[in-house]
Design a protein around this ligand. Structure first.
Ligand SMILES: Cc1ncc(COP(=O)(O)OP(=O)(O)O)c(N)n1
Ligand SMILES: Cc1nc(C(=O)O)sc1CCOP(=O)(O)O
Ligand SMILES: [Mg+2]
Length: 208
């Protein structure tokens, strides 16, 4: 299996956003270093999720980029995505692994070392760890765990740790020093005036 991309672009499907425009801008810059996680609003229908994910798979394929689907693993399977990401309100990690199969990319959210070790034992291939900072993108999150929280998880597991939550390119050096393999972002790309340039800044920080 090819190595996991370090920059995870999570689609922003809130009203007024154009997630496919952001994906199109990021792909030529980040190429195989990009993972696009298709994440839709809870109110979106499966058909809407499917239509978006199918288009993202088609966009990613020529660049060797990876498409994952958040939460809705049946959509991941239906569009031929590389895998999915689950958290505490989704299928348990072992069930998600059974659904996706042994070769799929499966990420799980873990906010502290105990949960991280359990998720890996259950079949997670990478962990989404956060929130690193306060973020307005998702409601109902626990308080930020900061760089120290990311370090605690990274020291507890031997799978890639992907830091999430209010992350910008300026945070990347400290997160990498703490053991993060990559970062997952919504706002840093979807609200950027120039998403291609913002992608380049993130990739430079992640791969230098
Ligand atoms: C890379 C990454 N990390 C964490 C999350 C959050 O997943 P979850 O806790 O299931 O919350 P929702 O995204 O489903 O609202 C993620 N999506 N990606
Ligand atoms: C979807 C999501 N999950 C998080 C978690 O900590 O589990 S933080 C988050 C939102 C990330 O968006 P932004 O990069 O704009 O802060
Ligand atoms: Mg989820």
């Amino acid at each position: 299996m090819p190595s996991l991309g370090r920059l995870h672009l999570i689609t922003d499907t809130r009203p007024g956003r154009d997630p496919l425009a952001v994906v199109r801008a990021a792909l030529p810059v980040a190429r195989a270093d990009l993972v696009v996680q298709v994440r839709v609003e809870d109110s979106a229908t499966d058909r809407e999720a499917y239509d978006l994910a199918r288009r993202v798979v088609d966009l990613c394929t020529p660049y060797g980029a990876t498409c994952l689907v958040n939460d809705r693993l049946h959509v991941a399977l239906a569009v031929g995505a590389a895998g999915g990401h689950v958290g505490a309100d989704d299928l348990p990690v072992d069930a998600a692994r059974r659904v996706l199969g042994p070769a799929a990319v499966l990420g799980a959210t873990a906010r502290e070392p105990g949960a991280a070790v359990a998720a890996v034992a259950a079949g997670a291939g990478y962990l989404g760890v956060g929130p690193c900072r306060p973020t307005a993108t998702k409601e109902g999150l626990p308080p930020p765990i900061g760089v120290a929280g990311v370090r605690a998880v990274a020291e507890a597991v031997d799978v890639p740790v992907v830091a999430i939550g209010g992350v910008t390119a300026a945070d990347v050096p400290a997160l990498r020093a703490a053991g993060a393999y990559g970062v997952a972002v919504v706002g840093a790309l979807s609200t950027a005036a120039d998403p291609a340039r913002a992608t380049a800044e993130l990739i430079e920080a992640l791969t230098c």
